[in-house]
Design a protein around this ligand. Structure first.
Ligand SMILES: Cc1ncc(COP(=O)(O)O)c(C=O)c1O
Length: 317
């Protein structure tokens, strides 16, 4: 990318990118609700209205449903590059061009993932990254970045992240205090050198899970590295769908295996107090079956085999 701008966190990154991309109060922004609430919160704090959309079998925004949600108020599409993989960006770019919409990618979880050889974050006006410690490239606190190839976006976002101050220190617009802290930047600079190895190991672990679990009819696994075709997944998460998910999770816990249900099992449109409308059948069924299996670079092959053995034993009982 031409520019990567450090900011205070991945949520600010989205707010700043949306504002710089011209999203105004009252505009509608389409997003998939299988995401962290930060995606919708950023739309809200940019003054716009979050419009909910379902996910597809790969847990990414269902691109076939986007056009039905477009109205005269729609300004942008904000796909989340969830779990370390990319949405069908070819389809989204086509829709955005046809309807004159802006794309901003929430790539908080997907630094280094690609679609047809191009990196996530490079498809629209801007892409945003989170460096929260749980992310594939984490710092020791909060941090984020905004990627863009657009000179005007860059100028605007540099102002917005620092109280609207220009290079001479003069304030030319209302902005935020959202600078990336120097200490976190130094940690990230060091860890960036290890990043290819981190992603390589995550992909190996995903391969091993696939090898050991793909024959179980009770599970729906992420698309394997062999079947990726257009994508390169960095496996921020290994999210499966599982029959009897709650019982499986309890059984794994009894056996010393920690797992996570994303978003505490509640999609953004299901938080009633946020008043986001949505009747999203695939996502709602999926989140009742979703489970994140352990995946991190220091996990050994023996650990993965142990997890898989326990899952197999659970379904045999
Ligand atoms: C999909 C998604 N979007 C946005 C964010 C927000 O990033 P941050 O926590 O750095 O503000 C996160 C992570 O926390 C995320 O997972």
């Amino acid at each position: 990318m031409k520019y990567a701008i450090g900011v205070a966190n991945g949520t600010d990154a989205i707010v700043i990118a949306l504002r710089a991309a011209g999203v105004m109060p009252g505009d509608e922004v389409i997003f998939c609700t299988h995401t962290y609430v930060a995606t919708a919160a950023a739309i809200h704090f940019a003054g716009a209205i979050p419009i909910a959309i379902d996910c597809a079998r790969d847990h990414m925004m269902d691109v076939n449903q986007v056009e039905a949600k477009i109205t005269s108020k729609t300004k942008a599409i904000l796909p989340t590059q969830l779990n370390g993989r990319s949405c069908d960006m070819e389809a989204l770019v086509k829709i955005a061009k046809k309807h004159n919409l802006v794309i901003v990618e929430d790539a908080a979880q997907a630094l280094g993932a690609t679609f047809k050889g191009a990196h996530v974050g490079s498809f629209g006006k801007a892409g945003t990254i989170s460096f929260y410690p749980a992310k594939t490239l984490g710092c020791f606190g909060d941090g984020g970045a905004i990627l863009t190839n657009d000179d005007e976006m860059y100028e605007q976002m540099m102002l917005l992240r620092d109280h609207g101050r220009n290079a001479d220190g003069l304030v030319v617009t209302w902005g935020y205090n959202s600078r990336l802290d120097n200490l976190q930047a130094a940690i990230l600079d060091f860890r960036l050198g290890q990043y290819n190895d981190i992603v390589k190991r995550r992909r190996e672990i995903a391969d091993l899970y696939h090898q050991k679990l793909s024959s179980l009819s009770e599970l729906l696994l992420p698309i394997s590295t062999q079947d990726e075709k257009d994508r390169r997944d960095i496996f921020q998460n290994y999210e499966i769908e599982a029959d009897r998910r709650n019982e499986l999770q309890a059984y794994l816990k009894e056996n010393g295996i920690g797992t996570i249900v994303q978003w505490a099992g509640t999609l953004v449109h299901q938080f009633r107090d946020l008043k986001i409308e949505g009747n999203l059948p695939y996502s709602e069924n999926m989140i009742s079956r979703s489970l994140l299996l352990p995946i991190y670079p220091t996990l050994t092959n023996e650990d993965v085999e142990y997890v898989c053995d326990k899952i197999r034993t659970f379904y045999k009982r």
